[in-house]
Ligand binder design. Structure first.
Ligand code: HEC
Length: 176
């Protein structure tokens, strides 16, 4: 009993911390993993439609045709984000969805400067790949497919207006 109690405290602290983190970054648009997880919980039969690889264009046209159960009401950015994600993630294991571009942004793009530097830039996919290939970024531990996926996510979802950024993440943008 005592053992269980001592364990519960750090777990609670970690959970509270995770929620606080999530709130701080809630302004960064959902990535494909989150959009797909919501659709899978809306209709589990979707899993059977994700068993083969396809291109992002093919996924986008299935989403737009309403061919994928559980997926409805996405705006154009979310549809594009999901299609891009599926192009990397399919065949999908619903029990182990791979990280998306938003996850990579939060994990890999905050240690040298705040994430604001990243998410306020509107760039094409090619321009993002160029940013990632600069000497400042080339050593970041991301594989080539991960860089492609991150560039796809940022091309669609970055370029957020400054008034979408929480005040605590606006000033003092960089520490490099
Ligand atoms: C190892 C440290 C480091 C990490 C990690 C890092 N950056 Fe940077 N970043 C820098 C430095 C240094 C600069 C300023 C020099 C420059 O522009 O290359 C910079 C500047 C930038 C800029 C503004 C300048 C430009 O190129 O337009 C963007 C955008 C950017 N980083 C994106 C990213 C993204 C996306 C990630 C995550 C994949 C990331 N950074 C992670 C070091 C880092």
């Amino acid at each position: 009993m005592t053992g269980k109690l001592t364990l519960a405290v750090p777990v609670l602290v970690a959970a509270t911390w995770a929620i606080a983190q999530e709130d701080t970054f809630a302004f960064i648009p959902d990535g494909g993993r989150t959009i797909l997880a919501a659709a899978l919980s809306a209709d589990a039969s979707l899993a059977g439609r994700l068993a083969a690889a396809a291109t992002a264009e093919e996924w986008l046209s299935r989403i737009e045709r309403g061919d994928l159960p559980g997926i409805a009401g996405l705006d154009d950015w979310q549809a594009r984000t999901l299609a891009d994600y599926l192009a990397y993630a399919a065949p999908v294991d619903p029990a182990a969805l791979q990280p998306d571009g938003r996850d990579m942004t939060l994990e890999r793009c905050q240690s040298c400067h705040i994430v604001t530097v990243v998410v306020t830039q509107a760039r094409t996919r090619e321009a993002w790949l160029g940013t990632l290939a600069k000497p400042s970024h080339v050593e970041i531990p991301l594989t080539t497919p991960e860089r492609d996926q991150l560039a796809d996510y940022l091309a669609v979802n970055a370029g957020l207006p400054i008034d979408a950024i929480p005040p605590e993440l606006r000033a003092g943008g960089a520490s490099y």
